[in-house]
Design a protein around this ligand. Structure first.
Ligand code: CTP
Ligand code: MN
Ligand code: MN
Length: 509
């Protein structure tokens, strides 16, 4: 093929494809003529590229040897969107906005399926905004296959592999400090910064990498710059050494202790838990008493194995009374986390009377009490009203019936082989949250209780500001149509909101 002909990839015109004639490969039938692939050799290597090209052709894909005008999809491995663009620029080729830049994972999935699979955000290579050119011509060619990083966490896929931990950890500490000082504004600023950085598929190594990323204001960028240069932020260091921060962090680690109590103890001059515990003048709530009593167990996080053991306990108890009930583990464990501060469950059942529904958690708690497994319980009755509009607040608490518990989990239920140690404690105290919701609200409740908090906040913000809708843990209301939008599944809620579906393990914003 004439390389000169390949030099320009302008806006694509529809034209009859010269099927097969340009291909150097053997006699493979082209089954998917609408796609014309080009596989980038850079970072993939010649052998692997040749292998993939041959395989794709065997499966009926049209694969070009060289980049030409007819190419519709560029497939690359270990390259970012920007890497590919840079490569194109070096070849003196302008990418048209219709050109798809895809990761090799897309091709591999296609090979598995034997046909083109849908391209989703996880396949598309992200192109960060290129820096504004010094003199942008008035009629610049429409730029590139730019896939901008969206502003709301619910538009991004955030898995647990965070390649910017060094930055996100810093921002979470700063956010927590703001929370302790009830500085809502900066709390949000830092949490949004941490959240967007968690979603990036690359590590920030220079300030250039931050260009075009939303939610990074001047203050945030200064901190990023300092961490890049010095490996740490002086502001974070100061917070970690701050008396108030250290005390609040310690006090709020006790179940039942919030900002108000921490403030009180801090002002009274307390700096350690042992002094507080033994002070005769202080009074504690029932919750705080339990918090001190089981402190060591509760601060050592819940493992996935323990969560699964609790799952069994919950199923055994719930199904004793309502065999048809659905039980979903929600919260962090549903998002794929390996540890958590508690285990969260959503329970719902079709075809039950309101009475049966209301009684279930009471019966479950009584059963555990009788078995000696209940260390603490606080049951909150439902205040749910079917016709009430969803709450506009991003952090609103929900109205379903729920209970906050501490359960006794015997080691044996976690690890069958583990023989009880002589004389030692044979169980661990575990925080468990159970929520009971009406069957027709289960999708909203599940979405709301899966988290993360930041993801939920942005879902609600997105609904309000981008869709004129109100979303909470109970319902979705369309203000324009003045109707409630029903949903049987989380997917349907995303569809109502006009959002791509984000899997639970991609909600770790
Ligand atoms: N949630 C809620 N209303 C509450 C408490 C929690 O809607 N009153 C939701 C939050 O959106 C949160 C989820 O339920 O994301 C689970 O809450 P929580 O257990 O506090 O957080 P996790 O994400 O599970 O984190 P961890 O692993 O530390 O438990
Ligand atoms: Mn949880
Ligand atoms: Mn919880």
């Amino acid at each position: 093929m004439d390389p000169l002909q390949t030099a320009h990839l302008g806006p694509r015109k529809k034209r009859p494809r010269q099927t097969g004639t340009l291909m150097a490969s053997g006699p493979h039938n082209i089954r998917f003529g609408d796609l014309v692939l080009f596989i980038l050799e850079k970072k993939m290597g010649t052998t692997r590229r040749a292998f993939l090209m041959e395989l794709a052709r065997k499966k009926g894909f049209r694969v070009e040897n060289e980049l030409s005008d007819s190419v519709t999809h560029i497939v690359a491995e270990n390259n970012s969107g920007n890497d590919v663009l840079e490569w194109l620029q070096v070849q003196n080729i302008q990418a048209s906005s219709q050109l798809e830049l895809l990761d090799v994972s897309w091709l591999i999935e296609c090979m598995g399926a034997g046909k083109p699979v849908e391209m989703t955000g996880r396949h598309q290579l992200v192109v960060r905004d290129p820096p504004a050119s010094p003199n942008p011509g008035p009629q610049k060619t429409p730029s590139l296959a730019v896939q901008k990083i969206p502003e709301y966490a619910c538009q991004r896929r955030t898995t647990l592999d965070n390649c910017n931990y060094i930055f996100t950890n810093a921002f979470e500490i700063l956010a927590e400090d703001c929370e302790f000082r009830e500085n809502e504004g900066f709390y949000v600023t830092y949490m949004r910064a941490a959240s967007v950085l968690k979603s990036l598929p690359f590590t920030i190594i220079s300030m250039k990498d931050t260009e075009g990323i939303p939610c990074l204001g001047g203050r945030v960028k200064c901190i990023i710059e300092e961490i890049i240069e010095d490996g740490e932020s002086s502001e974070v260091k100061a917070v970690l050494n701050n008396e108030r921060y250290k005390s609040f962090k310690l006090f709020t680690s006790v179940f039942g202790v919030g900002l108000k109590t921490s403030e009180k103890w801090f002002r009274m001059g307390f700096r350690s838990l042992s002094k507080i515990r033994s002070d005769k003048s202080l009074t504690f709530t029932r919750m705080q008493k339990a918090g001190f009593l089981y402190y060591e167990d509760l601060v050592s996080c819940v493992t996935r194995a323990e969560a699964e053991a609790v799952n069994m306990l919950v199923k055994e108890a719930v199904w004793t009374f309502l065999p048809g009930a659905f039980i979903s583990m929600t919260g962090g464990f549903r998002r794929g986390k390996e540890i958590g501060h508690d285990v969260d469950f959503l329970i719902t059942s079709p075809e039950v009377t309101e009475d049966e529904e209301q009684q279930l958690l009471h019966k479950v708690i009584n059963l555990w009490e009788k078995k000696g497994l209940l260390l603490y319980s606080d049951l909150v009755e439902s205040t749910f009203e079917k016709l009430k509009l969803p709450s506009r607040k991003v952090d609103a608490l929900d109205h379903f019936q729920k209970c906050f518990l501490i359960l006794k989990l015997h080691h044996q239920r976690v690890d069958n082989d583990k023989s009880p140690q002589q004389g030692g404690k044979t169980w661990k105290a575990i925080r468990v949250d159970l929520v009971m919701c009406p069957y027709e609200r289960r999708a909203f409740a599940l979405l709301g209780w899966t988290g993360s908090r930041q993801f939920e906040r942005d879902l609600r913000r997105y609904a309000t500001h981008e869709r004129k809708m109100i979303l909470d843990n109970h319902a979705l209301y369309d203000k324009t149509k003045k109707t409630f939008l029903k949903a049987e599944s989380e997917e349907e809620i995303f569809t109502h909101l006009g959002l791509d579906y984000i899997e639970p393990w991609e909600r770790n914003a």
